[in-house]
Write a protein of this length. Sequence first.
Length: 274
Amino acid sequence: MTDLVVRKLLIDLATPFPARWNGGDAFRSAYFSALSMSFPVGEQYFIDSVRAGIKALPQQAQEPMRSEVQNFVGQEATHRRIHGLFNGHLTNMGFVNALEVRAAKRVRANAHRDVRVHVGATAATEHLTAVFADWMLRHPEALEGAEPRLQTLWLWHSAEESEHRSTAFDMYQALQGNERWRLRLFRYITITFLADVTRQTIRNLWHDGSLFQLSTWHSAWKLLMSRDGMLRGNYAPWKAYTAPDFHPRQQDAHLSEQWLRQNQDKFTPVWQGT
């Protein structure tokens, strides 16, 4: 099991920021804003899934996981709240969060499914976010030119995503979820997540007026498809999930641990389970 810490982030999100908040770069701003737009509904889904998952376990299997699940929920609830504040500024600038509406509809349509499906989908999504989080910590230049408070927001979120990367996976195993469904859900989540974020990014660029600018797509290629880009450079850690003996703890998390250790002035621990 993993010792998780719920932290209060010490940054100001009451002050508005510009549409091209990420260093004035239209694509980087639109893309990361699209990611943020996916978080509140996603984080709530993860919370609901692991809560339902632990209730479905036999009593003796619940106890070893109870503290970790409590702190996982605390971390995700904090992410949901912080990105809700961030997204509120986007709404005030006229950006429409169509991704959230579409994702919420999908959640409602699948609410009847076996709890293992929801926990497996959460585990799959947590792997994707942990992979992207580690990439962010290796490439802080992806936030170059953004205000320090916004850089802190994204790097803190990345560090915590890496920290709790195995919680839902361990629960899926405890629920005796099978391998075929684990891989099926991973492929489905990958396609759905990338499609949702792509559609919302394009919508954001349209609103920003930069959709058809050459500089926009040059930035997109550099961020996503360069040799160590966020998508191209993460194929190997993405594919690692498909190995029969995969476990999230096999992947290196030293950058997360390092960031949390070196930036303790940027947050206050609220709760740590024992």
